[in-house]
Design a protein around this ligand. Structure first.
Ligand code: MN
Length: 493
């Protein structure tokens, strides 16, 4: 494959330097921690946290003579993820030793997959906000072990090592260099995250490091071959990813326009300064002296087993989005927001079941998400559960409350966690449909505003004032349709 085989940037994605325009080329290597109770080659717990070195078997500590045993469930998770990425599953794959020295890697090598990964080429559809969808190709997915953690800040003179993470299963998902802007890279990462979360193969928890990206950035003149790339290590938020890509592309453009060359290197992003800086000159694959791990047999999968996993795949975000548009009549935008995250889609479907889907989507994406955002809460910890929001919509539908009162009730549900029925009862918010009470309020208004009565008969636009005043006089609880009807009759408009 030459660089020219891959898509060119759109004109609006080109970046201007002092001496003309440049194209940004981005590829991502995402490490996603496999959701599994045990580690990849040992029975030790893969749970996050725990006391230092509480989750370490003799295999993880690399005691002499210990042998790794593959965790079948982790293999299943990798296959499931490959299928979710529309990728080729390799029925035969192999584990290799990637040799390097780290204090937190007691084996002196990482067991990984090099020439024969478990998953080959695939592709996913990515929709950056407000842009046309783009297809991003996946090069491979391989299984490998995580390393432990060196702790430098507990003692001025010593470094401690915590091996709890050592041996935890990771999926490294490598994209082709198909992204042409920081926005596309972030959208790709988010899409990947929503797919693995829907599959249940990685929890996507970025604060706990369950998903992190190594970002490869290079620049080129439109139509030319790829330039030399730099790799920015371990980026754990899409905001940082976008900042890092933009900073790095700018840095490379300045060097190239000044007549310099780019050194292939590994860099770190410093979120405080918003810049990348050199970490080490980049190793090539041959520096790692990869060779097949003699302790592990090649991994050979049954086609029937792969088919079984395929048949059990859950509905994925793309299919769900399509269904939300078709089944509930949502806009593609709302459907995208609600299908991208499984908590959101479960919540929405609970509210929408047997009710007006569009109305349910409006309440979830606007009122609820807006309020949770303000309070800094997640959907999982929302004081308003889906069943309660559904009950609120029912109260509107059967005429117990009107839309305006519903918003007040919703605010109280957020505060107290009480059911909408209890709030309406307690605060006497039931809609007034009693025509006598409404008529009385209107009569009083008409008596006090004779000039406005004359006005509305000439000027139909003044009608809104009457509706507003009547609602106010009834504490906002009048049924707006009934108010309109009686007003029209009494005012003769
Ligand atoms: Mn890796």
């Amino acid at each position: 494959m030459t660089a020219l085989d891959v898509r060119a940037a759109r004109p609006d994605q080109l970046v201007s330097g002092d001496k003309g325009q440049w194209e940004i080329i981005v590829g991502l290597e995402v490490h996603a921690q496999v959701t599994s109770q045990a580690k990849l080659f040992s029975g030790a717990s893969a749970a996050y946290g725990g006391d230092p070195n509480a989750h370490v078997s003799l295999v993880d500590a690399a005691m002499p003579g210990m042998l790794p045993v593959i965790n079948k469930f982790c293999v299943e998770q990798a296959v499931r993820t490959g299928l979710g990425l529309n990728a080729e599953i390799h029925r035969k794959s192999r584990f290799d030793r990637k040799n390097y020295f780290y204090p937190d890697l007691p084996q002196g090598y990482q067991i990984s997959q090099y020439k024969e990964p478990i998953v080959g080429e695939g592709q996913i559809e990515v929709e950056p906000d407000g842009e046309e969808p783009v297809t991003i190709r996946i090069e491979r997915l391989h299984l490998e072990q995580d390393a432990g953690k060196s702790i430098h800040d507990l003692s001025p003179s010593e470094t401690f090592v915590d091996l709890n993470r050592a041996g935890v299963a990771l999926m490294e998902i490598v994209s082709r260099p198909d992204m042409r802007s920081s926005k596309e890279a972030a959208a790709y990462f988010n899409k990947l995250r929503s797919i693995v979360r829907a599959l249940g193969t990685c929890d996507g928890n970025m604060e706990e490091g369950s998903m992190r990206a190594d970002v490869n950035v290079s620049v080129r003149r439109p139509g030319e071959e790829f330039g030399t790339r730099c790799e920015i290590k371990n980026v754990n938020s899409t905001r940082f990813m976008q900042q890092a890509i933009e900073y790095e592309a700018r840095r490379q453009i300045e060097i190239l326009e000044g007549g310099g060359t780019i050194d292939q290197e590994t860099r770190l992003f410093d979120p405080d300064k918003g810049e990348t800086r050199t970490m080490r000159s980049k190793e090539d694959a041959h520096d790692y002296r990869y060779f097949p791990d003699p302790d592990l047999l090649p991994l050979v999968l049954d086609q029937a087993w792969i088919d079984e996993i395929k048949a059990s795949l859950p509905e994925l975000p793309d299919a769900k989005k399509k269904r939300f548009v078709g089944e509930y009549g949502l806009t593609p935008y709302d459907a995208g927001v609600l299908s991208g995250d499984s908590d959101a889609s479960t919540y929405f479907e609970t509210v929408a079941k047997g009710r007006d889907g569009k109305l349910a989507a409006n309440w979830v994406t606007q009122e609820l998400f807006g309020a949770l955002n303000k309070k800094g809460l997640e959907l999982a910890t929302s004081p308003v559960k889906a069943e309660a929001l559904g009950a609120l919509l029912d109260l509107m539908k059967d005429g117990t409350i009107n839309g305006k009162i519903a918003k007040d009730v919703f605010a109280k549900m957020l505060e107290t966690g009480d059911s909408p029925g209890a709030i309406v009862e307690r605060e006497g918010l039931k809609q007034v449909t009693d025509t006598g009470a409404i008529e009385k309020a209107i009569d009083e208004l008409m008596a006090a505003n004779a000039d406005k009565v004359a006005d509305v008969q000439k000027n139909p636009k003044a009608f809104g004032w009457w509706v507003g005043q009547t609602m106010k006089a009834t504490g906002g609880k009048a049924n707006p349709a009934v108010v309109n009807e009686i007003l029209k009759k009494k005012l003769g408009v």
